[in-house]
Design a protein around this ligand. Sequence first.
Ligand code: SF4
Length: 328
Amino acid sequence: MQALLYLKYLTPLKIYNYIRLYFSYLLKRINKLSYPAFISFEPTNFCNLKCFECPVGNGKSLRNKGFANIELFKKIISDNKKYLINILLYFQGEPFIHPQIEKLIEIARENKIFTEISTNAVLIPEIFNKIKNSLPDKLIISIDGITDETYLKYRKNSDLNKVTETLDLLSALPRKIRPYIEVQFLIFKHNQNDISKLKEFLSYYKIDKISLKTAQISDFENINILPDNPKFSRYKLVDNKLMLKYPIKNKCKRIIFGSVISFDGKLLPCCFDKNSQNVLGNVNKSTISEIRNSIKYQNFVNQVFTDRKKISICNNCTEGQKNIKISL
Ligand code: SF4
């Protein structure tokens, strides 16, 4: 249970803020959102891999590339630390490419905020000595195949040996400094047969959780890459057309509880806005709280809670969908 991991970082004020946000969500009282309980902050949108369904990896991303500035990160933490429970140090790109990633983790930790990173884990062996005393509280490691053939089909440019080397290094750490490790397996047709052998493949390492995750596809024509078992897909076929399995409801927890900040300070509604189409403010110029209370933000939230289908990113997101992640 992720909530248990947060325990040592909780304070009465953080719990109070969380409850307020929860009631805002339930009652659709979205006019006073103030502080987020979760922030996803992008250290960089550069990546070492070329995963074909990722806009950074497949080269279709329309965004400029760069690295987050430490001073900007300090400002965000300082403005939000009283209420912030979890900082996810990722959005797009590979976080461990940031030359000062351990500094970002240390700053969050000094301010008593839970830290979480999702990584392809390829670069970790190279920088392990530099980061081993400043690892995040939780690491999500992507492994979507147990052989070079199945793994490299999606994780192009990668190296499965480097990923298992990372798992070896992490497994050798004392529990006190070893992060909670979740291995995440994105399910496609080409790797579906690896699922039954995944547990055994990972049994040599100290892993806290293995999750199977249904894949998001950007092109609804791309049916061929989805697994055969409908249980492992977030989409269904209706009249030969692909659509999300569950109805799209006019509500969204993410925009109420969290904020996503790109490396250059743009505040986005959520991690589904991969091309920054819906910039709601810039944290270089305003605080997150000011942005969340601005007309622009309120209008966006209103649109989500009244007619979400009109926002293009909201038509292919996981909000309201079930079984997106399946524990193994
Ligand atoms: S895409 Fe829309 S509904 Fe989905 S998480 Fe983002 S804002 Fe919410």
